[in-house]
Design a protein around this ligand. Structure first.
Ligand code: DAK
Length: 239
């Protein structure tokens, strides 16, 4: 499977698919074509029984420097409403299989928001995470005020969003944005190793456990516990 802006290796390791954002000259800026390719590729892999986990990466210089600002610059509110990028992002949010981000270099704006759509994050020491939208006179539009705040807390989210300044991988680890920080030579291998390990688990287990953890981000504790309990029972109906 080889698209133009997203390169896919469906079995880079047994049960593990790799997707690589492939607009290196533009620092992997997320234009609409790239996002559509990414959505379509993820959907195919999510439905492929031979794939258990997926790893999303960019290159050493940039995971993604944000949405494509040249493409957005002259659009009206109605243009954006009709283009409806939100449905693309929503489909990525609804993936059933674990999605692991392996990031390095610039992780900005929509790039950071895309990382927050992933379930686990391995970062290189050179990664820098930011929400610079306010420096452009716009604001985050794909979860950069909501998921970020749930993930790192109000005052840290305020600092990132209101100043637009990027933080280091070390701070991102301390603030809970990423799972692990490793030397730049190792971040992809480390993510693939983690993906291979998780790929050993039973697929229904992975699916229902992921769904249950995500439910916690969007419900009260008692609703979340009831949801967890039903998924727990459900697994006893499988092998
Ligand atoms: N969009 C388009 N092109 C970009 C880009 C971007 N975000 N970032 C970099 N590029 C392009 C540059 O234009 C340049 O292209 P050429 O001029 O060579 O043709 C090339 O990548 C290399 O960039 P630089 O020459 O600038 O490289 P430097 O190392 O000097 O600087 C930089 C790297 C990352 C500091 C700088 O490029 C920069 O500040 N880039 C913009 C970062 C930024 O502001 N990102 C946030 C964008 S706003 C939504 C979903 C998501 C979003 C909105 C809505 N919906 C679902 C509706 C998200 C919005 C955003 O992310």
């Amino acid at each position: 499977m080889k698209n133009e802006l997203v390169v896919v290796e469906p079995q880079i390791r047994p049960g593990v698919a790799l997707l690589r954002l492939n607009r290196p000259k533009e620092l992997n800026a997320l234009n609409w074509q790239l996002m559509a390719e990414l959505r379509d590729a993820l959907k195919v892999l999510d439905q492929d029984d031979s794939v258990k986990t997926m790893v999303l990466t960019g290159n050493d210089r940039a995971f993604a420097a944000g949405a494509d600002i040249h493409q957005m610059a002259d659009k009206s509110a109605m243009d954006l409403l009709l283009i409806d990028q939100f449905s693309t992002w929503e489909q990525i949010r609804r993936l059933k299989k674990p999605l692991i981000a392996a990031v390095s270099g610039f992780v900005l704006g929509g790039g950071n928001e895309l990382v927050m759509h992933c379930d686990l994050v391995i970062a290189s020491e050179t990664a820098r995470f930011g929400q610079p939208e306010l420096l452009l006179g716009i604001m985050p539009g794909a979860g950069g005020t909501q998921r970020l705040t749930r993930q790192i807390g109000k005052v840290r989210a305020m600092e990132m969003v209101l100043t637009g300044q990027a933080i280091s991988a070390k701070d991102a680890l301390a603030w809970g944005l990423v799972n692990r920080v490793v030397p730049v030579e190792c971040y992809l291998d480390e993510a693939l190793r983690l993906a291979s390990d998780i790929a050993q688990r039973a697929p229904l287990d992975l699916r229902l456990a992921k769904e249950s953890v995500l439910k916690s981000q969007d419900s009260s504790l008692s609703e979340g516990l009831a949801f967890e309990r039903k998924n727990f029972y459900l697994l006893f109906a499988s092998n």
